[in-house]
Every structure is written in C-alpha cells, then in structure tokens.
Design a protein around this ligand. Structure first.
Ligand code: EPZ
Length: 441
C-alpha cells in the first residue's frame, strides 16, 4: 500500500490545472450502455475510472483510447495510435455486444458508482443483475430510491443472493417524486427514462452540476431532457440514441480542495480550468473565514488567509455546502481564530478523519452529526490513516500545514478520485513524496 510522506509548512505558489470531474465522467461513461457511440474527452486518469472501464468491458462496451498528437493542445488532432508520452484523456466508446447484463460483486465492491449501470441496462437490454452495494464507511447508503423509481417505470425487481435482479418488457415514463434528491439516483433514473416509452418527470431531482453534465451529454446524443439545472426534469423518451461527443466538466471538488490548500498556504496560488459558478457556497465560506480571490477566465487565485476566522458550515445537496468538501475545510477551521461548527446532513458517518486530525493537534469534538472545532490549534506532523477518498484529502491538507513530518497511510483511497495529486502539489511547492508499497487489488 502506498503512503505519502509530507513535510509541512511550504508555501504553495504557481499554477495548478484541475482535471475532469470523476463524478461527472462516471455516469457519462455508464450512459454508453444506452447505445449510440460516445466520444468523451477530459476523462481523468483515476482508479475509479479504470474500474468503470473494466465493468463496461464485461458488459460489452468497447473503449478505444484516443491519443493526442500534441498533448499540450486539447483541441488538436486525436488518433488511435499512441502519442510519444501515451497521454490520453479521450475515449471512443461503442457497443460490441448487448447480451451481457451482470455487474459482479468484485467490481461493485470496489466502486459503489457501479450501480449507475442499472438504469441504462434495464432501459436498453431489459435485464440487469447488479450486485447490491453494501454499506460503506461514510454511511449505509441504500439504493431504495433508485429501485422504487424503476418499479414505477415498469421493472420487476427482486433481491437474491446479494444481487439486484431486474427485468422489464419495456420501461414506461411516469411522474417520480424523489423523497431525497439523490445524486446517482437522479442520474440512474434520467438514463433509464431516456429510452423509456413516453414522458418521465423527476421531481425533487438532484441539481448537482454533475447531473447537469450527464443530461447535456445525453441531449448531445439525441435524448430529450428539459429542465436541466432545476429540481424538475422532464424526459421525453426516444427510441435510440445517436453518435455524439462530450467534454467532461472540470472537477469542482478537486478545485475546492486546492482552494483550501491556497487558503492555508497560498502565495498567490492560481487554480486553472475551474467553473467558479459551481463553487459559490464554498467560496462564501472561505470569504467568511477571511479569504480573497481573483477570478479571471476560468481561473481563480488565492493567497494564505493571514488570520482565518472561525465559521459554520452545513453540508447539503447542491447548491449547499458540499459534503465532499467537509473533510478538507476542517484543517482550516482547526487553525482559525475562534470556534467553528460543521453539521453533516448528507451522510450519517462522515467524520472518520476527525480522530486522525485530533492526533495531529486539532481540537474537534463530534456530537452526532455536528463537529465542534475549538480553533487556534497548531497542527503537528504525525502518522495517520486515510479512511476514504475525501477524508484522505483532508488529512493531506492537515499535513501540509502541520509542523514537521507526516505519513499518510492507505493513499489508495485518494487515488480513486484525485489525478496525480502529489505531482500537482509538488509542482506548486509542497514537500510531498509517494512511498511505494504493495499493489492493492
Ligand atoms: C454521490 O453519491 C457522489 N458519488 C458522492 O461522492 C457524494 O458525496 C454524494 O453524491 C453527495 O453529494 C458519485 O457521484 C459517484 P446520494 P451518491 O445518493 O449518489 C441517501 C466522493 O467522495 N440515499 O445523493 O451515492 C444516502 O444514504 C463521493 O466522490 C438513500 O437513502 O449520494 C445518503 O445519506 C462519495 N436512498 C443521501 O441519500 C437512496 O436510494 C445522499 O446520497 C439513495 C440515497
């Protein structure tokens, strides 16, 4: 298992370029199961993306990597022969066979987002057998809302031997009121409704920018989705999709993570390839803590907050404060003057990083879904254990500001969702090294 060795305290300056969004790329990749060819660009090179390709290949989707003839030039020419450095961020996906319909436990276990194959498989192949994702460290994370919607659309669903077994003679559009604006639930229903008979309306739909990106990519391939960006989506089913292309949006959570790094240690750190409009709530919280930003043409610059002030944040569905940024904001709150509070409303157990941050000198108490941060801490380097993707990012930030050396164990979590994080951090002045360990399967 690889680990990071970090020496804290170095200022961060220069530019960092944000990669394509993992949580947008994943549903769009799974939407290739709906048929029609898809050329997809700005795909981040991540562990979860490789897992999605493995599953898609088992489900009969061929993914051909396209290589840039000039890696510096994103809009340049692309070909199927490897470029000199093998640089790849673009793929052409097409159906090889439409007979497979099973997502096995081995793959679903390593990536819960595999559930996103259920909607497209049901709509296109009329049959799906998908391992039921178990609970995970951050919460129970059931998929009841996805399944209830598919039943309403005409699917027959049973659970046997840990698998969701679903079949239909054809999905039919209907009105679906979501009891909670689940992100992957909305995406799954959206994809299924694309090929359903008639009109589907999703009320209380998730409004996360990644849901919009999926909807835009589907419309580019012939789907009829209205209301994109609102909580009411109207999907008029079509018989089939056509060939189309899409560029994945930039990763707002990676951008947010670098923004907090800049608030902690920036010396005019510039973050490029950012859609600032997706970051308003986080920017508001950072402003409350004393940050100033300079925005220009898809980039944002930030310097260290000299005297960060305590504040409060409450995680909520978009456009609220993102749960995926909760672990990263805590080190800034830990060193701020005055107390802060964080209320986690999305997942019931997403504070596993707090114990590790407290071992580094933070003073954070957890009471149920609330974290009370006393503030004023001087963090010190320590050996700590990453427990999930965003928790790892929070610990990396804590180690960057801590005095002395830290070891972050189990960084395979961070490799699921941050492209080349140590290379990017090193390029802006952080002292971070990956220490190689045994490969994780
Ligand atoms: C997506 O997870 C993201 N994953 C998560 O990113 C993110 O934290 C989360 O949305 C919230 O923004 C992907 O996009 C691949 P939800 P998802 O369904 O869709 C409950 C990361 O670090 N719920 O919106 O699984 C659920 O238990 C990750 O990149 C039900 O009760 O989240 C949770 O408490 C982790 N029944 C809440 O809703 C359901 O059927 C929100 O979950 C579905 C969800």
């Amino acid at each position: 298992m690889d680990r990071f060795h970090i020496v804290g305290g170095s200022p961060l300056r220069g530019e960092v370029i944000i990669s394509g969004s993992k949580n947008s790329a994943l549903p769009i990749l799974f939407s290739s199961l709906l048929g029609g060819g898809l050329e997809i660009a700005n795909v981040p090179s991540l562990r979860d993306i490789r897992t999605a390709f493995s599953l898609l290949s088992q489900l009969g989707i061929r993914a051909e990597p396209l290589f840039s003839e000039n890696p510096e030039e994103k809009n340049g020419r692309w070909s199927s022969s490897p470029s000199k450095d093998g640089w790849v961020e673009r793929y052409r996906l097409s159906e090889d066979s439409i007979s497979a319909h099973e997502a096995p436990y081995d793959l679903v276990r390593t990536m819960r987002a595999s559930i996103l194959c259920l909607g497209p498989l049901l709509a296109r192949r009329k049959r799906a057998r998908v391992s039921l994702p178990g609970g995970c460290l951050i919460g129970a994370r059931p998929v009841d809302i996805h399944l209830n919607a598919f039943v309403r659309m005409g699917a027959k669903i049973s659970i046997d031997h840990g698998y969701i077994d679903a079949h239909t003679s054809g999905l039919t559009g209907c009105d679906i009121h979501l009891p909670y604006p689940t992100v992957t639930g909305t995406e799954n229903i959206l994809m299924a409704a694309t090929l359903a008979r008639g009109v589907t309306r999703i009320f209380n739909a998730a409004q996360e920018p990644e849901v919009n990106d999926l909807a835009i990519s589907l419309n580019a391939r012939g789907a009829h989705i209205e209301g994109i960006g609102t909580s009411s989506l109207k999907i008029s089913g079509v018989d089939s999709l056509v060939d189309g292309s899409h560029t994945v949006m930039s990763d707002r959570i990676e951008a947010g993570t670098f923004l907090v790094a800049g608030a902690l240690l920036g010396d005019f750190l510039t973050i490029r390839n950012v859609d600032v409009s997706c970051l308003e709530t986080l920017l508001g919280t950072l402003r409350d803590m004393g940050a100033n930003f300079e925005e220009k043409d898809g980039s944002i610059s930030i310097s260290r907050i000299l005297k960060p002030r305590g504040t409060s944040a409450r995680t909520e569905p978009y456009p609220g404060f993102p749960t995926d940024m909760q672990a990263q904001i805590l080190p800034l709150m830990a060193i701020a003057e005055g107390p802060s509070t964080v209320v986690e409303t999305v997942f019931e157990n997403r504070f596993t990083h707090v114990m590790e941050m407290n071992r580094m000198g933070a003073n954070i108490d957890i009471h149920g879904s609330r974290a009370f941060v006393r503030g004023g801490a001087g963090l010190e380097g320590a050996s700590v254990m990453a427990s999930d993707l965003r928790a790892s990012a929070g610990l990396v930030l804590a180690a960057l500001i801590a005095k002395g050396e830290s070891e972050i164990q189990r960084v395979y979590h961070i490799d699921r969702g941050y492209e080349k994080i140590e290379t990017k951090l090193e390029s802006i002045g952080a002292r971070i090294k990956r220490v190689r360990g045994e490969e994780i399967s």
